[in-house]
Design a protein. Sequence first.
Length: 643
Amino acid sequence: MKKSLSVFHGIIKKGLAFALPLLASPVGAQTHYDYAKMQREPLGRGLVAVRTSSDSVMLSWRYLSSDAIKQTFTILRDGKKIATVPARHSTTYMDYNPSNKAARYEVIPEKGGIKGAWTLTESAALGYLDIAINQPKDPNNERVTYSANDASMADLDGDGQMEIVLKWDPNNSKDNSQSGITSPVIVDAYELDGTQLWRINLGRNIRAGAHYTQFMVYDLDFDGCAEVVMKTADGTTDAKGKVIGDANADWREGVQDHGETDFNSPQHPGERFRGEGRKRGGFIARGPEYLTVFSGKTGEAIHTLDYQPARGAVDGWGDNYANRSERYLACVAYLDGIHPSVVMCRGYYTRTTLWALDFDGKELKTRWLFDSDKVGRDYFGQGNHNLRVGDVDGDGKDEIIYGSCAFDHDGTGLYSTRMGHGDAMHLTGYFPNDDRLYVWDCHENKRDGAELHDAATGKIIIQFPDNTDVGRCMATDIDPTNPGLEMWSAASGVVNVKGERILNGVKGLSTNMAVWWDGDLLRELLDHETVSKYNWNTKRVDALIHFDDCQFNNGTKSNPCLQGDVIGDWREEVLVRTRDNQHLRLYVSTLPTEYRFHTFLEDPVYRISITTQNVAYNQPTQPGFFFGEDLKKSGKTFRGWKF
């Protein structure tokens, strides 16, 4: 034990480990969730052990809000005590273990609470969990290959451990603007040891592409096991082999030339079809549409109902070839402040609809339906390729940030900035001494550029107009010399929360994803299989780790399958596919940290941001409060721990 502790202390700098209780903290205090009544998933200890070298193993586990304030932890290896981790220490431990044999680790809270266990295998990889996956094939087209694409994580079987729900993307998938037949969308579930739980085939009548299938994975009925909710159609087959609708129906448009005039949009004259030539092959503009809730444990369809609103005449959505009518978003939200609801959304370029439903364990039932056609133009064409959820107005109930507009918990419009569509946005706390939530949003209208607005009112705080299409933007704390978060985009350069431009731009400063990785309070960048850190002294971006033999998804969007705090301490993990699509790797930071924080999973805004990450153009997780270097300067006390 002494040798193990000396190795650990030689690696990690001694110092105060701060505890930030997310549930009792004045940070993010504008939200008024009633945590005593709120139905949320029970969390296990989340212990994970990964090798850092041939003779060292790093253990990492969750610090929970149910733990004693000064909780200490006992570490066991194969039933024998090897260390005690004191209260003012991070929830990590470095074990000197040169044996290549399997080892069972346990973490026991000494003041009572949830225990944790993890078995380190003989073949454990360095720094990640290796998860074998079952690559599907298209029996009707041997030239089609599938790649592991977006993923979500939740406890599917009630064992306290998060499992993986993975969407497979065929190489003939299409953007909505492109014609062509696609292979079926396949959705799998896996344990972290690679055990496949089930497989769902969405069938020929669900087109493959980033905008068609948004899958919500969440415990909607509070039975301890998450459900999976997805749009389905005739021919969808659940994991038990049950077919939804008509197994023989084929609603795909045949490949035929309809002439150029067929593709003029009646709402937008002169807009031409941008597909492959002028052929409509593969578009789905007819046929029944369904919404299905599947068991996360078995993959079995529990309840199916007709999708609302039906597409009707596709030209009512802004074109006549089933492009804009098939643009979908989705989220989970605590619309009554207690129970999670699922919200399925259709349209954002023109007509905008949101359909909120509750699940009682047997049936999905409508809570409300919003349709911009019934309320006027303010909410017409204001949506993004993504959305955000949080209690932005302090009533204890979630609102939905839909891009340039927002919706209250009751399905009524909250506000609209009328700045139109964008590709990226970030909802979180931006100012260290301000409890309100704000939205950093970018726009494609070649006018409004990028702007920061109050998430509750839509009031513009900072704006950088621009006459170009500003496709991406990012907001997170990367520079300790400036107050609050930094924000950047092509329109703004890098700016601080005062609206001051810090830099015009930095080579390698990504707008794709971000991750808390290296253990300090600043955030790192995640792009093209690499975690990088901005160096505020040299004004450069330096690589910290590259995920060898792996590949990110979605082209220039460059997303991992998932990033977020899904296991271990408060820092975030990265789930990524190998290039051959035979494995997933869940990378865990093995760098030391001096901080002990409650897991981000206990913050509803953050937890839902994991659930919605797979929606269309993926966005990184963000909490419903300010998190950054300024916490150390705040002088605030959190349950006995002082910053």
